[in-house]
Design a protein around this ligand. Sequence first.
Ligand SMILES: [Mg+2]
Length: 177
Amino acid sequence: MKKLVLDLDETLLYSTLEPVLPESVQLVAAGSTFYTTLRPGAKAFLEEMSRKFECYIWSTGQQVYLESVWNYIDVPGYTLWGREYCRKIETQSGAEPYEKPLRQITEDLSEIVIVDNSPAMFAKCPLNGILSRTWRGDMNDTELTHLRYYLDWLNTQESMQRDHQSWRLETLCLRSK
Ligand SMILES: [Mg+2]
């Protein structure tokens, strides 16, 4: 089974300290309250992917946050990896101080792909990274629907390593056939 790594924040959901979105739910992690909203189609997407891939949620957030969110999402079959599995990057700005080294999951990079809204997370293995549009609450968003088609197609390929930059456009072409 091929391996799929999914980012959490601004890829699958949006969390804030204040209830800025009407659809948000109130959650608690380590005594702190926060508000989370799922990206449209997230739950169905996660359920479907868990049947097709060996799935990981890999977040730069704390493990307690990750577990609190996952208790709410409640889709089985996911391994949850928090910040302690990320590697710190030395940058001038410090804007994106982490990366997610996929070799911690497998040495065979042909069988793994990551979906993330931060390109820095997969900068060292760009052929394994699918860049998702950052999501902060647009309830008309259709990114996960497109992504589902693309990942289905990618799963049929011998190697999942490729130039994914035009994945959205390629998916539209696949779907129009
Ligand atoms: Mg993110």
